[in-house]
Design a protein around this ligand. Structure first.
Ligand code: GAR
Length: 217
């Protein structure tokens, strides 16, 4: 079995999208298993969602540790038990050091709510509106030690519409996150997408699968 470990910090809607895909597409028959959901915040809704799907949960509360390094060592201890093929950041809101990233080289992926390399960091929807772009969306990428800077795996695009505010734009973007992320997780976990010498490698069919163009409003 290739284990998938999901890291969250909050509501876990991307985890739910992944878990629903895993169930309806029978990922276990392909040797892919959602092995654990790990949260850095206790009591968040995403942990409850994980339990509903029967996925084991763990909490490593960053507030219990004096340093980022100590917090990450505690996470590594939990994660290594599962010998994961891929670590999925799904609304995980802590910056990771190069020690953590290097420990899982080429195995950590993230979803970011903007079309990278535009709008790295936080507040992406308001910054897209302020910039006046007509398209927005999300990006799945390999995690490197540069924040939101790793090699891109897939992207989903939505229009920016008249009257949008950060909330309406975020809602539209989230819908396509839920389309893109399960496809990307499955492709990376199965080995169809790989990081080689810092660049993402995949075949043409996979590349087409990992671009979502949506005009849904
Ligand atoms: C998603 O929109 C994700 O792109 C974003 O947080 C949200 C998590 O939602 N991630 C980041 O901003 C990472 N820096 P979820 O908990 O419902 O999946």
């Amino acid at each position: 079995m290739k284990n998938i470990v999901v890291l969250i910090s909050g509501r876990g809607s991307n985890f739910v999208a992944i878990a629903e895909a895993a169930r309806s597409q029978n990922w276990e028959a392909e040797g892919l298993k959602l092995a654990c959901v790990l949260s850095n915040r206790p009591g968040v809704a995403g942990l409850e969602r994980a339990r509903e799907f029967g996925v084991p949960t763990a909490v490593v509360d960053h507030k219990d540790y004096q340093t980022r390094e100590a917090f990450e060592e505690a996470m590594i201890e939990v994660i290594d038990r599962y010998e994961p093929a891929v670590i999925v950041l799904a609304g995980f809101m802590r910056v990771l050091t190069s020690r953590f990233v290097d420990h899982y080289a080429g195995k950590i992926i993230n979803i970011h709510p903007a079309l990278l390399p535009l709008f790295k960091g936080l507040d992406t929807h308001q910054r897209a509106l302020d910039a006046g772009v007509r398209i927005h969306g999300c990006t799945v990428h390999f995690v490197s030690s540069e924040l939101d800077g790793g090699s891109i795996i897939g992207q989903a695009v939505v229009p920016v519409l008249p009257g949008d505010d950060a909330h309406t734009l975020a809602d539209r973007g989230l819908k396509v996150e839920h389309m893109l992320y399960p496809r990307a997780v499955r492709a990376v976990a199965s080995g169809r997408v790989r990081l080689e010498a810092g660049r993402t490698q995949m075949d043409k069919d996979t590349a087409l699968e990992l671009v979502v163009l949506s005009s849904q409003a």
